[in-house]
Design a protein around this ligand. Structure first.
Ligand code: NAI
Length: 445
């Protein structure tokens, strides 16, 4: 039996950041990973999609080349190059993480770990024990339950990231974060994209007004959306759904992407440790990320709280601080998020709809990309920012879409973490000309 201070199961952003932080704070860590280090985010999520999104952005710019005085430009799109560049980005970051995990206090075991009991795991024929264990096993794509099994191969986001050809017609089921990012990317690549969504509007996390504008923007680029439509079958021809009037409609497609959410990645062997979990909700945790067996923690997607890489990282650091008995100022309740469509969208805190639903008094301050000098110079005039403010001037939330909106939202998150008022925000000098002035001008209203 090998003894250590901390066992971490899973080397995604939650697990590897927790390992690095714990090691720097003097703990001996054994971290287990059954696949590549970096988890979903690095290998088949955030990073490869951002590599694709950058290709899509360049194509979009080239499509408007004449606006920038580049006449008669011609190019060929080669998806093999796009995939190769994405693979190079991923592998360079992967080796960065392996270097990070070569810290003298960290042992990386490249094998799947299984619980034997609440203090012991087994991997590759060896048993390991520690006073504290952190579970960071991530999530898996959900699939639709249909009456008949699909009569063709249905792709998930990982499959679509390593596709070796450009689908002529791509049908995406689900207009959530994954569905919208891939719709934006493959539309720019040249596929004919159709999205089928169950709800009335895309991106339920986002302010509905902003989500609608973003959807309309993709529609203008040629993406077809079928909202309030329930998929009933996936056949060799494509996707069959019931539209809002009750008619059965078929979308013909060469490839089908299933993007209807992700589920916490839980295992039967979790039951050997005795903590509470379920397939649907994941591992139950408290505000310190402790499971119902207090020396075992669960961070990231597996606890089903906030399925975001940066949430996993900060949860991991908070869990390690709790193990070390160290107080911290991490605000897991202020969790910014971004959707890397083109234009991108981002949010933190309450949307206008949430304020209305919860009966919270608010003032909504708006600002538009079209009124910002830098945005016009960039030829990025599309975008809207909505800043929700309490009657006392407290910042309740901010939702936006438009070029680099994630960077603007990051500023709002920082200010919210420090309880900055909207008057104080308006008084902060912002560099001219930058997109950050969009936020300042909303605050000034
Ligand atoms: P999601 O939960 O964001 O969206 C799933 C969508 O599928 C919803 O709009 C839902 O209404 C729809 N849907 C469900 N059943 C349906 C049906 N029968 N027919 C049609 N539509 C149906 O899930 P998604 O996009 O798969 O993403 C999974 C997770 O990964 C999310 O938690 C997301 O936050 C995370 N993620 C984050 C990214 C980012 O931060 N940029 C990028 C990609 C994923």
């Amino acid at each position: 039996m090998k003894e250590t201070d901390l066992i971490i199961i899973g080397a995604g952003p939650g697990g590897y950041r927790a390992a690095e932080y714990a090691a720097k704070n003097g703990l001996k860590v054994v971290i287990f990973e059954g696949d590549h280090v970096g988890g979903t985010c690095l290998n088949v999520g955030c990073i490869p999609t951002k590599s694709f999104a950058r290709d899509a952005e360049i194509i979009q710019t080239l499509n408007n080349a004449e606006t920038f005085g580049l006449n008669g430009l011609d190019y060929n799109f080669d998806i093999q190059n796009v995939i190769q560049r994405k693979d190079e980005v991923v592998s360079s970051l992967r080796s960065g993480i392996e270097t990070l995990l070569s810290h003298p206090n960290i042992t990386l075991v490249k094998a799947e770990a299984k619980f034997v009991d609440a203090h012991t795991v087994t991997a590759a024929g060896e048993e390991y024990t520690a006073p504290h264990i952190v579970i960071a096993t991530g999530s898996v794509p959900k699939a639709l339950r249909l009456d008949e099994p699909a009569s063709r191969r249905v792709l998930d986001s990982s499959d679509l990231l390593s596709i070796d050809h450009l689908p002529e017609r791509l049908c995406i089921i689900g207009a959530g974060v994954i569905g919208m990012e891939f719709a934006s990317i493959f539309n720019a690549f040249g596929s004919e994209v159709t999205v089928v969504e169950f709800l009335k509007e895309c991106l339920p996390v986002l302010d509905a007004d902003i989500a609608k504008r973003l959807r309309k923007s993709l529609e203008k680029r040629g993406v077809t959306f079928h909202m309030q439509s329930a998929v009933t079958a996936i056949t060799n021809d494509g996707v069959v759904f019931m539209d809002k009037k009750g008619n059965a409609v078929t979308v013909e497609a060469d490839e089908v992407l299933m993007a209807v959410g992700r589920a916490p990645r839980v295992f039967d062997h979790f039951s050997h440790a005795g903590f509470e979990y379920s397939e649907r909700m994941g591992v139950v945790v408290n505000e310190h990320l402790q499971t119902t067996v207090p020396h075992i923690y669960a961070i990231g997607d597996v606890n089903g709280r906030q399925m975001l890489a940066h949430a996993a990282e900060m949860q991991g650091i908070h869990a390690v601080n709790h193990i070390l008995g160290k107080a911290d100022e991490i605000r897991l309740d202020i969790m910014p998020a971004a959707i890397f469509t083109q234009p991108e969208a981002a949010c933190v805190g309450l949307s206008e709809d949430c304020c209305k639903e919860r009966g919270i008094e608010y003032v909504c301050k708006k600002s538009f990309w079209r009124a910002n000098g830098k945005a016009l110079a960039m030829n990025e005039s599309e975008g809207l920012l909505k800043l929700m403010v309490s009657p006392q001037g407290g910042i309740l939330g901010c939702h936006a879409y438009g070029a680099h909106s994630a960077d603007l939202i990051q500023e709002v998150s920082a200010l919210m973490c420090r309880n900055t008022t909207v008057e104080q925000l308006a008084a902060i000098v912002h560099i001219h000309p930058t997109l950050s002035e969009i936020l300042q001008s909303a605050a000034e209203q």
